[in-house]
Design a protein around this ligand. Structure first.
Ligand SMILES: Nc1ncnc2c1ncn2[C@@H]1O[C@H](COP(=O)(O)OP(=O)(O)OP(=O)(O)O)[C@@H](O)[C@H]1O
Ligand SMILES: [Mg+2]
Length: 483
């Protein structure tokens, strides 16, 4: 007896159709899975067997072969459990085969037969819908996510419930499509940051132009505090972007079932011990890295100089291209990585540099090693570099400052308004700077873009010399200059 259930395997951020066929033969009882299944997928044997008995269904005493087709596609993870179980049940005559038509299935089984959610259900549901399937059997917590694709989810909590549904004995509870049962997530607000007018201004410019920003300075000046507040002043995601971000977070298994559709821009702040694979993606399977998890949002590197140099260098290519290509034994995937970078750092290992009230105790060797970490090429990719001074006592004692909502309004109106016209003296000032500062080719292009953002923020029709002058002021402080 042969039976088939359809599922989809996640490949990168996409999913491809997989036919799960179960074949039962007479002979010595046994169970094998063929079709390039990885380890988690091979372990399905134990979960499916135990799940079927726990659901008070019968484990067929036959020679069982499960084939995952196409055989050339590598199958990863535990989402194949449910379709494997359904195929075995149908092949042994415990479920009517024709009733599974028009359905796809995905989900992990517990040993007690309970269904658990897996990552990537949105991609699976989208692919199933494109393939003409109308319903997706999945774990109850995955249903809201699946519904985002337009497919009708059939949420099941237990394999016994799935079997009853396929037999036509029970309809699952109707799925409530309202997104957003959980509390609304919020960003940190700029109103908490006292003083630091220049740094606040730089944050606003970074948001308005999508510029990469580096905040440097002595400890405790509010660098981390300010950097964390960047996502809160960025324009809100449009619906297509929201779905794109949701798909990524789903594959990474980071979605909140109470609030599957992500409306806020992502904010990722990896620890400085992050490896290259954690940063750009990869590992044994192909997983999105921090640069992809930050897609359409902010990647914050707190204590930039503490990161391992290879992890930092690996960022250079995604910063330029807005995507990362990862090749592994498991295959190849291209992940989007269009993020905005914000980083913080002290000016030297002891942190005293840039603070008039403290004396730096770093040896020249330690200082050289510190600067070595940050290649010129990486520093060059920050459009805005700022040294933050220690705030004055009176600034810290002041009342709440301007809230993020007001800043975001200015950012939103500046976006997409960058003027193309340049005043003659503005061009001249930029040309002089190339000679005098001096500016690299990239440095010149960067200053140009920042000047355009400044003109857009000022609602000016053309870029003036004053905008160029301000753009030129956000250059790496002398302490960071490498010889
Ligand atoms: N400008 C500020 N306005 C309000 N609070 C501030 C400000 N600067 C610092 N603080 C307070 O000091 C704490 C430390 O600030 P933060 O962590 O941002 O410093 P930092 O510049 O990142 O220091 P480090 O270099 O040690 O990482 C904050 O949690 C906040 O309570
Ligand atoms: Mg800090």
């Amino acid at each position: 007896m042969l039976a088939r259930t359809i599922t989809h395997a996640v490949v990168g951020l996409d999913a491809r159709r997989v036919d799960v066929e179960a074949h039962l033969q007479r002979g010595v009882p046994g169970f094998s899975i063929v079709g390039l299944a990885d380890r988690a997928c091979q372990e399905a044997k134990h979960r499916v067997r135990s799940g079927i008995t726990s659901a008070e269904l019968e484990w067929p005493m036959r020679r069982i072969t499960v084939n995952l087709a196409p055989a050339g596609l590598r199958k990863e993870g535990s989402g194949f459990d449910l379709p494997i179980a359904l195929s075995i049940l149908a092949a042994s005559g415990q479920l009517p085969r024709e009733r599974l038509r028009g359905h796809a299935a995905v989900g992990e089984l517990g040993l007690d037969g309970r269904l658990r959610p897996v990552g990537g259900v949105l991609a699976v549901a989208e692919a199933a819908r494109r393939g003409g399937f109308e319903r997706l059997l999945c774990a109850a917590p995955s249903a809201p996510e699946a519904a985002l694709s337009g497919i009708e989810p059939v949420p099941v909590r237990h394999l016994a419930e799935a079997a009853a549904y396929v037999r036509g004995e029970a309809e699952p509870e109707p799925y409530d499509s309202a997104n957003g049962h959980g509390p609304e997530p919020r960003y940190l607000d700029l109103a908490d940051v006292r003083g630091q007018e220049r740094a606040r201004r730089a944050l606003e410019i970074a948001a308005a132009g999508g510029h990469n920003l580096l905040l440097s300075g002595p400890p405790g000046t509010g660098k981390t505090m300010l950097a964390r507040r960047l996502p809160g002043i960025l324009p809100t995601l449009d619906p297509a972007e929201a779905l794109e971000v949701t798909r990524i977070q789903s594959v990474a298994g980071l979605l909140d079932p109470e609030r599957p559709l992500i409306m806020l821009r992502p904010f990722r702040s990896p620890h400085y011990s992050a490896s290259v694979a954690a940063m750009v993606g990869g590992g044994p399977g192909i997983r999105p890295g921090e640069v992809t998890l930050a897609h359409r949002g902010v990647l914050m590197l707190d204590e930039l100089a503490e990161f391992q140099r290879p992890a930092l260098e690996a960022l250079r290519q995604p910063i330029e291209d807005g995507e990362v290509a990862i090749a592994r034994a498991a295959g190849r995937a291209v992940f989007p990585a269009r993020f905005q970078l914000v980083a913080t750092m002290n000016l030297c290992p002891c942190g005293a540099r840039g603070d008039p009230a403290a004396e730096c105790s770093c040896s020249p060797q330690r200082l050289a090693a510190f600067r070595d970490k940050l290649s010129r090429a990486l520093l060059d990719r920050f459009d805005l570099v700022l040294a933050m001074p220690r705030p004055r006592a009176q600034e810290l004692a002041a009342g709440p400052a301007e809230p993020s909502s007001a800043v975001r309004e200015r950012v939103e109106s500046a976006r997409g308004r960058a003027p193309v016209q340049w005043a003659v003296d503005a061009e001249e000032l930029l040309d002089r700077a190339v000679e005098r500062v001096p500016l690299s080719g990239r440095g010149r292009a960067r200053t140009r873009r920042v000047a355009q953002t400044l003109a857009a923020l000022a609602s000016a029709d053309r870029v003036e010399a004053s905008h160029v002058a301000e753009a030129l002021s956000y250059r790496a402080p002398r302490e960071l200059e490498t010889a």
